[in-house]
Design a protein around this ligand. Structure first.
Ligand code: XMP
Length: 503
């Protein structure tokens, strides 16, 4: 059960008196525990069909997630959501960079015609920077005819030698008809001692290539935390906005795992229609849909009802957000998570707590309130892998971080239809432009944040996120109680996981 009776009573009590709470209003008292942080399993669901090894997503913002961030976070077991660049080919290129990070299954292996020469084969390999030495050989009809490997070409002394005299002929190759996932390829290659496994269809057309060294290094690495799809490639998601079906299809063709219909107002006609259309028109592709953002039970319910595989929760908690101030709307985040968790429980689907996370303890609270994952913008903008260049102010390195509804993002046409308010043809920003201190690599950031979460779960006696839902019981704290929890000496050194409160 996602919401325990204590938390239901606690939140309903505040609800009845029209009060909503956020992170600093609540705490989770410690409980009896025999759980060590090292025994804790942080696996969770991102959406109906996609799991994560850690409950962490990087935000779809231009100062946060392009391919480097998405790749680094998927290698830690999370997932990155690519921001919706106006140029669709940017997102296509970023997906390729993430998907081909390890060249596990090569979907489009380099090929050569069998009547060509060894000299020509060397030219082709040089064009690819001599990063590999194998070419799949095709006959005059474009069907697989053999494989040209370095083992054989080394015996050629004349560049005019014909490839067909040096290739391993089709009959002597181990090929596989149909698809194989990474683990199946591993088993077959190991059993048959095959260094290169060619995949074909029933008509002998080329379908892909597995190379043993890549397959082995991925499958045999113990404790591997990578977040991989069935092909053994890293998972990635992307914001596709509303009613942009050309974008959606182009990204799905690149094997994008999840499409995010992400706007400032998810409980809206455009978002609901887009979710429905994507579900109805792209059933030939394997993908999940995340929709958002909402802060109410009704909003989350509407999105689940129309087919969302996960709903993103949060209006205004983010550190670059001023929607609540500018528009006077939104909802304190912990209560918003609880409200949407009620719908998640009914539909048995995940929700994502988006925005407002600065400290790891807030992740423990967001999950205990019923979320499956958290999305973070500012935390990851401060990583080496975020897209923008670092810059120095008074001897300290910073990275830019701005809202997708900020004036700068709008003027550069990077907002899409996400924050669309106009007044007399002019835009009204709902976000600010700022900077965050450069903290380090994604690996280090994840280590600190997941370390804090594990400690929190250890104090509560929860081995898994569902156990945290069951055992985490909120109490209300006063502002004096909250203040008491923060260090109150003049720090001489800033710790890696606590930013001194500047305000
Ligand atoms: P954090 O706190 O993790 O928040 O930095 C990231 C989330 O903030 C949202 N976002 C905005 N909200 N105006 C807003 O009111 C904006 O310009 C804006 N840009 C991003 C978004 O949900 C993101 O994941």
């Amino acid at each position: 059960m996602r919401i325990n009776q204590h938390n239901r009573d606690f939140f309903e009590y505040h609800h009845k008196t029209f009060q909503r709470l956020t992170f600093d209003d609540v705490l989770l008292p410690t409980q009896y525990s025999d759980v060590l942080p090292s025994q804790i399993n942080l696996e969770t669901m991102l959406s109906t069909n996609i799991g994560l090894k850690i409950p962490v997503i990087s935000a779809d913002m231009d100062t946060v997630t392009e391919w480097e961030m998405a790749q680094a976070l998927a290698m830690q077991g999370g997932i990155g959501m690519l921001w919706q660049s106006p140029d669709i080919s940017d997102q296509e290129g970023w997906i390729d960079r993430v998907k081909y990070a390890f060249n596990v299954k090569i979907d489009n292996p380099a090929t050569i015609q069998q009547d060509k020469s060894i000299g020509y084969a060397k030219e082709i390999l040089a064009k690819f920077g001599n990063k590999f030495s194998t070419l799949v050989v095709l006959d005059e009809n474009g069907k697989v005819a053999g494989l040209l490997t370095k083992d054989k070409t080394q015996f050629s002394s004349n560049p005019d030698d014909k490839i067909s005299n040096f290739m391993i002929k089709f009959e002597k190759l181990t090929v596989h008809e149909g698809n194989l996932d990474l683990n199946e390829a591993y088993t077959l290659m190991k059993k048959e001692h095959v260094p290169k496994l060619i995949l074909i269809d029933k008509d002998r057309n080329l379908n892909g290539l597995y190379c043993w060294t890549n397959v082995q290094s991925l499958v045999e690495r113990k404790n591997i935390n990578y977040n991989l799809d069935e092909r053994g490639q890293l998972r990635v998601g992307a914001n596709v906005g509303v009613h942009d079906y050309e974008r959606a299809e182009r990204l799905l063709k690149k094997n994008c795992d999840v499409l995010l219909v992400g706007t400032a107002h998810g409980y809206s006609k455009n978002v609901i229609e887009t979710v429905k259309e994507l579900k109805a028109n792209f059933s030939g592709y394997k993908f999940d849909i995340i929709a958002g953002n909402v802060v109410t039970y009704e909003g989350a319910k509407a999105l689940f009802e129309d087919g969302a595989d996960a709903v993103k929760v949060g209006v205004g908690p983010g550190r670059i957000c001023d929607t609540r101030v500018i528009a006077g709307v939104g909802g304190p985040q912990i209560s918003a998570i609880f409200e949407c968790a009620k719908a998640a429980e009914e539909y048995n689907k995940p929700i994502i707590a988006d925005g407002g996370i600065k400290y790891s303890g807030q992740i423990t609270k967001a999950l205990a309130a019923g979320a499956d994952t958290v999305m973070m913008g500012g935390v990851f903008a401060s990583a080496i892998e975020s897209p923008e260049e670092k810059f120095m102010v008074d001897g300290i390195w910073f990275k830019p971080y701005r809202g997708m509804g900020s004036e700068g993002a709008m003027k550069e046409n990077k907002t899409g239809k996400r924050y669309g308010a106009t007044a007399g043809g002019k835009t009204v920003p709902e976000g600010v432009e700022g900077k965050v201190e450069l903290v380090g690599g994604v690996e280090q950031i994840v280590y600190n944040f997941m370390g804090g979460l594990r400690q929190g779960m250890g104090y509560i006696g929860a081995r898994t996120i569902p156990e945290l839902w069951e055992k985490g019981k909120f109490i209300r704290v006063t502002s004096a109680g909250d203040q008491e929890g923060h260090p109150s000496v003049d720090m001489v050194k800033e710790p890696p996981n606590y930013q001194i409160r500047k305000k």
